[in-house]
Design a binder for this molecule. Structure first.
Ligand code: AMP
Ligand code: GLY
Length: 421
């Protein structure tokens, strides 16, 4: 079968690597892909989704997987389905769980899914009044998609009010900030959990931890994620069970009641507070770099998992995971996340150690191919991923691989998976 993956990041590269292992997959297409996905398949540069659906039919692409939230919120799944094409991802209606934080918080409240205490408002007076009732820090969130920048953790009431005014006036995020969520700050440890859903059933993957801040010790500005590892030993069976019973099952039931059954990847951002998992937010796609470490931990076919989910047959599947750990270290360009950097050639040393050859690989993200040279052109350039029988072994291998990859200005965090070691 020919398969297309929408997106251009390390997440999409890693999905490509994973599904290619299944011999049912013949040719891979990426739209738009990056400078390295061309080694796995063919890049397609079509922006209009109806045109892309026509391209899929013309090229016998029988299955499409959507990586990022943008096309989902824009309704690519609805369009492909109207062309009778099989596609994995939520409809625009279901993607509102990520596209609107107001929709998501009201959904959580309606179905009694534990989340931080909040108000949703477009009134500056109501916002200020609620802020005064909360202890600091206070969390202020813009309603719409803000490329990961729409959440402010304000250290004082003043700062919270300033952030709120700037959002409501449209100054910080335009229309995406015209409604805001003000909520209490939850103090605990954060998890990323992913449920592959087919509308009725789900498969929960291993719990991961991301590293959102740029610098070691969780210092510096927020980023898309500087590294991740899984499974995290911070999660026991009891927490998994609570997430299933209190979050995933009521969400799938609730979305059916709302007339928008959830099919796709439900990314649950969780804060564990005193042993209780509280839902911070939903995303409707894989996390990046979490996807890059979860794909290699699948013992069963990733293709089968996505395809069965897209055709409402997850109940036929028994998914197995490797009894190993994976660690991913993001290599970013010099000026990430502030501004784009000068393109720099990427050189990867020949890997001589069998141990590394067998257990580590690179997932490419912000790269461009020019005159057969691979250039670092994006913010997050690539992810060095490794597996091991312990977290330490996986992490040592990932950092060994980092040492073999060179480009001017490269930067990494040196403490990925510190929470578990
Ligand atoms: P979100 O986009 O909602 O995931 O928020 C981005 C990040 O802000 C999260 O990954 C958390 O680290 C942090 N965050 C969001 N909401 C809260 C909260 N209520 N309490 C503490 N931290 C939060
Ligand atoms: N790594 C977090 C995200 O993809 O949103």
């Amino acid at each position: 079968m020919n398969v297309m993956i929408l997106g251009s990041g390390g997440r999409e590269y890693s999905m490509g690597l994973a599904i290619k292992k299944d011999e049912q997959v013949e040719k891979l297409y990426f739209c738009p892909g990056n400078g390295a996905t061309e080694n796995l398949g063919e890049n397609v540069a079509i922006k209009d989704y109806n045109e892309l659906a026509e391209f899929a039919k013309l090229n016998n692409i029988e299955f499409t997987i959507v990586g990022p939230e943008g096309p989902l919120v824009d309704g690519v799944v609805d369009i492909f389905k109207s062309h009778n094409l099989t596609i994995f991802g939520p409809t625009a209606a279901a993607a509102r769980l990520e596209g609107s934080k107001v929709y998501m918080k009201n959904f959580l409240a309606k179905y009694n899914i534990p989340t931080a205490r909040y108000i949703e408002t477009n009134s500056i007076e109501d916002a200020f009044k609620f802020i005064e009732t909360l202890p600091v820090p206070v969390v202020v969130k813009a309603d719409g998609l803000c490329a990961g920048k729409g959440v402010i953790i304000a250290m004082s009431h003043e700062e919270a009010k300033k952030a709120t005014s700037e959002m409501l006036s449209g100054a910080s995020f335009g229309d995406a900030g015209k409604n805001v969520i003000i909520e209490e700050f939850l103090d605990g440890y954060e998890l990323s959990m992913f449920a592959i859903c087919d509308g009725d059933d789900y498969v929960l993957l291993q719990a991961a931890q991301d590293h959102k801040r740029l610098l070691d010790g969780d210092e510096g500005p927020n980023t898309g994620g500087m590294g991740a590892y899984a499974p995290t030993p911070l999660v026991n069976e009891e927490i998994y069970q609570k997430v299933k019973d209190r979050v995933i099952v009521p969400t799938l039931d609730g979305m059916k009641k709302e007339g928008a059954p959830f099919e796709g990847v439900l990314f649950i951002g969780i804060m564990v507070v005193n042993g209780e998992p509280i839902t911070l937010e939903f995303n409707v796609r894989f996390g990046d770099p979490e996807c890059e470490i979860l794909m290699p931990l699948l013992k069963s076919s990733a293709f089968d998992l996505f395809h069965k989910a897209a055709t409402n047959r997850l109940n036929e599947l028994k998914v197995e995971f490797l009894d190993e750990y994976a660690v991913g270290v993001v290599m970013a360009s010099a000026d990430y996340p502030y501004k784009s950097s000068t393109p720099a050639q990427i050189i990867v040393d020949e890997i001589l150690h069998d141990e590394l050859k067998e257990n580590a690989h690179i997932s490419y993200a912000g790269v461009t191919l020019e005159d057969e040279k691979l250039l670092a052109t994006g913010g997050r350039v690539l992810v060095c991923v490794a597996k091991g029988s312990t977290i330490k072994e996986a992490r040592d291998r990932a950092y060994l691989l980092c040492g073999q990859v060179h480009f001017a200005g490269k930067k990494i965090r040196n403490d990925i998976a510190y929470q578990a070691l």
